[in-house]
Design a protein around this ligand. Structure first.
Ligand SMILES: [Zn+2]
Length: 120
């Protein structure tokens, strides 16, 4: 008669059959291993999720990009082109500020200042 070997899982501390372990040398049972894997994946997904602050900054960034994209085409129609450049720069700044992309922050501030000078 074949003897059923029992092993103790190092996570759930339960005594389980050999078949409940993936390999001979595994100390964690399959169900515990699976839970570890999913919780780790969940952690990664959670980490990648944007905070409320980042989400708002991202939306403002898209609006700012739209303004800046529009600006070159309307720059010849009075002051409106310069105003949309300045608005675009202001809306884009929080996104690059939160992302600590200081070179882009400097470019945005330069853009805002440049078009304020242009308006005056
Ligand atoms: Zn277990």
């Amino acid at each position: 008669m074949a003897e059923i070997k029992m092993r103790v899982c190092n996570v759930c501390q339960k005594e389980k059959k050999d078949s409940k372990f993936k390999h001979e040398n595994k100390k964690t049972c399959i169900s515990c291993e699976f839970r570890w894997k999913t919780s780790f994946l969940r952690l990664l997904v959670h980490d990648r999720r944007l905070t409320a602050q980042e989400r708002i900054a991202s939306r403002l960034g898209y609006m700012g990009s739209a303004f800046i994209m529009l600006s070159p085409y309307i720059l010849n129609y009075g002051y409106i082109g310069a105003i949309t450049y300045i608005l675009g720069g202001i809306l884009l700044t929080p996104q690059v500020w939160i992302a600590k992309q200081w070179n882009l922050v400097i470019i945005n501030i330069n853009l805002i200042l440049g078009y304020i000078i242009y308006l005056l």
